[in-house]
Ligand binder design. Structure first.
Ligand code: SF4
Ligand code: MSK
Length: 655
């Protein structure tokens, strides 16, 4: 199908993206939106009913079309539920591996930095270092900060290869949750071990009990959320600074027509932290001037963007589905990628422009791209090489292909758990008490985590925005990360002013009084671990039950696409959260297995999965769950007085 014929089909709610998609189609340049339209998903594979775990297959076991028809099994006899569970579990394994390998990379660099072996890297957040050291049982009294950092680095690296016991951060979870995990043998021994075992169990002829597979998948996923991803978040904060509220800009309009434009894209902040420094280097700026540019403009994409946004206010050019579109502006001198969520197609689009695609990780190379390897012992030197390459490419830019959309939006980001604690806390000490009190009092109805990717199988950004607006309209405060956070940023939902425009009266008054947006940007995909910590802090503060599963809270990823999203979803479910996916769900081919995920799990774990492609219906389900939890806690009546009188307002002002 010719690209131009599809022009009238709504594919994004982002005007800047639409402009670039139209431009690509006019030029005959194919993007993921075109490929999604022309390639329908395999109806058997999409619902988890195809197994290719051995060479007797692939075996397809779709649900019978008519009642009474027998359900096929694989050649080995594997049932539809075993096959769906194995496929699901392998998604969890891959997603957990991705986050955890990110975490391992951070831990290794942290250790080198702690030993003073990386120029430019050190300890920025000593308080958090002490907190983590105490989690590991380190005797901080008699050690210097450097010695503590080395010990923390060694112990974090060891968490990955640990063979016995329990991963350290599991102890951060509420006691009731840990007891439940122990009962079901779900606490990870070591991060790598559970992933390896999950791959073993899902090999032909091993674990053929879908419930048993699901439980071990949770053990691997918990090794991500409470292990690899949490290590990544904590050590990044210690090394680069724990985020505090900071202003930023978002959308393709952040690119500049008179400056060298560099986008860092992917997930790891290790190199991009130094690219930030290199872009401000007088030598680099002089070189840019020599080449005719008025400066160097650094922007981010996907979660690398979130990492440097929340710590430095570096603008974001766009989320996952905008990576090809950023190149369509003709203004991009270098797209620098690390790992995860990088479409191979960026190179094809770049071939139509002067843009140089630069890979930096030996784990993520791309045919035809330039490779400048991240040297962990000397990141500033690598960063300068990259910035130099972009500067040298600036004169190759053509005025005739320059098309930067004007759209860009302001936002306030950087709501780490510590910041939420501080902002919503009392006058004399940070605490979650005022937040809990406002939930108990009904001004805040509940908490939602809305996270995850964009997927061209739906309208870009639309479901995130519809869902989130419906939630905040109903006084549900939203915590967000990843590409969902970026959709919110583009829509102005990450501004304190959004409260008056979009929120119900209870949430609006809280946000206006405290001066926060109703949607709090917590960071990148690995920073979903911050949501776990925030949820635990709410439990520990008291008054809202003894476990995460008792909170008036729910989670969603309406536009998910990656295996990491499945891992995240599974560790939230295993942590007690009602978690919904939109777009599609990868197990629907097996009713038995899907029923177990959507219904059976709740009885065992307190959390459960669900699938709802309509974002309004999704919001209704989340709110119904929140209300049911409020009722169970005996705080449902408080919702009847959501409007604040003057006395309530004074009380809030005083905290
Ligand atoms: Fe088929 Fe069983 Fe082999 Fe899977 S493991 S491909 S179901 S024979
Ligand atoms: S980048 S995993 S598309 S959120 Fe973290 Fe976005 Fe999903 Fe990648």
């Amino acid at each position: 199908m010719a690209a131009k014929e599809k022009k009238d089909v709504k594919i994004t709610v982002c005007d800047a993206s639409q402009k670039m998609i139209d431009l690509a189609r006019d030029k005959g340049i194919e993007t993921s939106f075109d490929r999604a339209a022309s390639m329908k998903p395999c109806p058997i594979g999409a619902v988890g009913s195809c197994c290719k775990h051995c060479a007797m297959g692939p075996c397809r076991v779709p649900a019978p079309k008519k009642e009474g028809e027998p359900q096929k099994t694989g050649i080995c006899g594997a049932t539809a539920e075993t096959i769906a569970a194995r496929n699901f579990a392998r998604m969890v394994a891959a997603g957990s591996a991705a986050h955890s390998d990110h975490g391992r990379g951070v831990a290794e660099v942290f250790l080198l930095a702690a030993k003073g072996e990386i120029p430019g890297y050190g300890i920025k957040d000593v308080q958090k270092l002490m907190q983590v050291a105490m989690d590991f049982g380190i005797d901080v009294e008699n050690m210097s900060v450097d010695e503590i950092a080395v010990k923390v680095g060694e112990l974090c690296v060891a968490e990955f290869g640990r063979q016995h016991g329990e991963i350290t951060f599991a102890k951060r979870a509420p006691l009731k949750r840990r007891e439940l995990w122990r009962k079901h043998n779900m606490i990870p021994r070591g991060i790598d071990r559970e992933i390896v075992e999950l791959m073993h169990r899902t090999h032909i002829g091993v674990d053929q009990d879908y419930k048993n597979i699901t439980t071990h998948a949770a053990r691997a996923a918990l090794g991500d959320g409470w292990g690899g991803a949490m290590i990544a978040t904590e050590l990044q904060d210690i090394m680069f600074g724990t985020p505090v509220p900071i202003k930023g800009n978002i959308n393709l309009g952040v690119l500049k027509d008179d400056e060298v434009n560099i986008i860092v894209h992917g997930h790891e902040p290790l190199l991009s932290e130094m690219v930030v420094v290199a872009c401000q280097d007088p030598e680099m700026l002089a070189m840019a001037k020599e080449k005719g540019a008025n400066g160097i403009n650094l922007a981010g994409m996907c979660c690398t963007a979130n990492e440097i946004l929340v710590r430095h206010g570096i603008p974001i050019a766009g989320n996952f589905l905008q990576q090809e579109l950023a190149i369509m502006t003709g203004a991009l001198d270098a797209m620098v990628v690390d790992v995860q969520c990088i479409m191979q197609a960026v190179k094809d689009v770049a071939d139509n422009f002067h843009t140089e695609v630069i890979t930096t990780s030996p784990k993520a190379m791309m045919e035809g791209a330039r490779h400048i390897q991240f040297e962990e012992h000397d990141p500033i030197n690598t960063a300068k090489q990259i910035v130099t390459a972009a500067i040298e490419n600036f004169p190759n830019r053509s005025e005739t292909t320059l098309n930067i959309p004007e759209q860009k939006e302001d936002m306030v980001v950087g709501f780490s758990h510590e910041t939420i604690n501080y902002l919503l806390g009392g006058t004399f000490r940070a605490s979650y008490k005022p937040l809990n009190d406002n939930i108990i009092g009904g001004r805040i109805r509940g908490i939602a985590g809305v996270v995850g990717c964009n997927n061209p199988r739906g309208v870009h950004d639309e479901d995130h925005l519809t869902l989130i607006k419906e939630l905040i309209k109903n006084d549900v405060i939203v915590l967000t990360t990843g590409c969902a956070a970026m959709a919110c940023g583009k829509e102005g939902l990450l501004l304190p002013e959004a409260a008056g425009k979009f929120c119900g009266s209870g949430l609006a008054e809280i946000c206006e009084t405290v001066g926060i947006p109703p949607v709090l940007h917590l960071g990148a995909c690995v920073d979903n671990s911050r949501i776990l910590i925030a949820a635990t802090a709410v439990v520990k503060e008291g008054g809202l039950g003894d476990d995460i599963s008792e909170l008036p809270a729910a989670g969603a990823a309406p536009g998910w696409m990656s295996e990491k999203a499945v891992a995240i979803g599974h560790y939230f479910v295993a942590s007690g959260v009602y978690t919904l996916f939109g777009t599609t769900f990868p197990t629907l081919g097996s009713k038995k297995f899907t029923d177990y995920l959507f219904k059976g799990l709740e009885e065992e774990w307190g959390g459960k999965w669900d699938f709802e492609p309509d974002p309004i219906e999704m919001a209704k389900k989340m709110i119904a769950h929140i209300d049911a939890r409020r009722k169970a806690l005996g705080i449902d009546k408080a919702r009847e007085r959501v409007l604040m009188d003057m006395e309530m307002r004074r009380e809030l002002d005083a905290v």
